[in-house]
Design a protein around this ligand. Sequence first.
Ligand SMILES: [Zn+2]
Length: 69
Amino acid sequence: MAKIVKVRCNGSGKHVNEVDVEKALKTHVVLRGKPASEHPPIPQRLVLDCQDCREGKVILTREQIEANL
Ligand SMILES: [Zn+2]
């Protein structure tokens, strides 16, 4: 079952984004020249675009990622 973490974007709207951590990792962590593994390396942080605005970014720290895998 996917774990969803709620993170506010850093735009003026402070939109709450529901992020599927596992899916976000697989989508955003690119392994050069290697097939995607089941457990990709966890980056220090993951920066996603806000789902509700163009200015905001949604930032997940490594701690948040690890806690939700
Ligand atoms: Zn936003």
